[in-house]
Design a protein. Structure first.
Length: 95
């Protein structure tokens, strides 16, 4: 019986623990408590396959930033279209 305690990234801890268990036949990972929740072997394997916390945060930032970028592009296109229309109107009056 053993206990592994980590304070950082649960996915990273599970990865390292399972990697060590592959090379050490005496270590058998049967269950774990991850962020206060009891997990069986299958759930531990799923958690270990998750990207790191930093990668997940950057993915979230990209998802949140995407609509803002699209909105900025749409507003820019609207302003550009308006400027082009005003330029065409000015050219039309000068001719």
């Amino acid at each position: 019986m053993g206990i592994a305690i980590g304070y950082d990234d649960p996915a990273l801890i599970m990865k390292k623990l399972l990697e060590f268990a592959k090379t050490n036949e005496k270590l058998k990972v049967k269950s774990a408590v991850v962020e206060g929740r009891f997990c069986e072997r299958d759930e531990i394997k799923e958690i270990s396959e998750l990207p790191s916390r930093e990668v997940m945060l950057s993915m979230l930032a990209g998802v949140l930033q995407s609509p803002l970028s699209m909105t900025a592009g749409a507003l820019s296109a609207t302003v550009r279209s308006f400027a082009n229309a005003m330029e065409a109107l000015k050219n039309q009056k000068n001719n």
